[in-house]
Design a protein around this ligand. Structure first.
Ligand SMILES: [Zn+2]
Length: 310
């Protein structure tokens, strides 16, 4: 799908077996930036290579023009195809320093974050060639991407802002209300969404788990996601009125019931989100003063580094 003259989106569907015989349909987006060469943002799942390569050929370019694949974070539906794509075209793999460990050692990732169907989504570990930091600029000649560290969903999560076209690639940073909230840390998640919201002008918002969004709906996307954080937090606090905070399973169950989330939300990833709300239980409603415009966010450093991609 063409987003701008140079940016295209590829929707990659996949199935997830969340329990024996219980399969859910999911999708993730990968993005292509066409310039002199091609930059791929996220590599989808293990079988994504052919979908991505077919798309590139269909529009008259060739897969070996991919010189870099930037991974927004280390989760399986973003790194799954990285090994085979790199092997096929020899591109560089770029990711944030905090994501490197889980990308370069998938068995280590699985031991710490046992996602259902993990090994059917990720083909293999892959070496990271370019380690990214917050505020770096990835320069592709006529195109550049600003790296914005947006932890919360995952500590090594980055968003990427294409400065010339005002296109923001937000990975899994911005939650979709009424879906299963998945994050490692709620405070970081709120701050990250706020950092993105403060970008002065976004013409297109490209998330990995949502359809492309344009200026008429982008403010709502930010507001609704922040309100959703608040709603989950309130629900966790309410559950703790009657359930001890160490009983995460029952709190999670209560939150699912309270928010009308799908029953398959009862999984280790959702438990992690609940745990992070419990860690911040003393913040009560004031937790989301963070959502208020009064909070002081970390001082943004000037663009210090510039990485040139051949
Ligand atoms: Zn993710």
């Amino acid at each position: 799908m063409k987003i701008t003259d140079n940016i295209h989106a590829i929707r990659i569907p996949f199935n997830l077996e969340i329990a024996p015989g219980k399969i859910i349909n999911r999708f993730t987006y990968s993005y292509l930036i066409f310039g002199k060469n091609i930059c791929l943002i996220d590599c989808g799942i293990s079988s994504s290579k052919d979908i991505i390569f077919d798309y590139i050929r269909k529009i008259g370019r060739t897969p070996d023009e991919i010189k870099i694949a930037v991974l927004t974070h280390s989760h399986p539906d973003h790194i799954g195809g990285a090994f085979s794509i790199k092997r096929a075209v020899g591109c560089k793999i770029a990711a944030h320093s905090a994501a490197v460990k889980w990308i370069e050692d998938i068995s280590h990732q699985f031991s710490e974050r046992p996602v259902p169907s993990f090994y059917s989504i990720v083909e293999d570990s892959v070496d990271v060639d370019i380690v990214l930091k917050d505020n770096e600029i990835l320069d592709f000649g006529n195109k550049s991407l600003k790296v914005i560290h947006t932890p919360g969903h995952s500590k090594g999560h980055i968003s990427l802002f294409n400065i010339s076209d005002k296109v923001l690639f937000s990975g899994d940073c911005i939650p979709l209300p009424e879906t299963i909230p998945i994050y490692e840390d709620i405070i970081s998640s709120v701050k990250s969404v706020k950092i993105l919201e403060e970008i002065q002008r976004i013409d297109v918002l490209l998330s990995s788990w949502d359809e492309p969004r344009y200026p008429d709906s982008i403010p709502d996307i930010f507001n609704n996601s922040l309100e959703f954080f608040q709603k989950v937090h309130n629900s966790v606090l309410k559950a703790m009125d009657t359930i001890h905070y160490t009983d995460i399973g029952n709190i999670a169950n209560k939150v699912i019931e309270d928010l009308g989330l799908p029953a398959f939300a009862m999984n280790p990833l959702f438990f992690k989100s609940i745990e992070s709300h419990i860690r911040h239980r003393n913040c009560k409603n004031t937790l989301f003063i963070l959502i208020d415009r009064t909070v002081k966010y970390r001082k943004r450093r000037q663009d210090k580094c510039r990485l040139s991609i051949p």
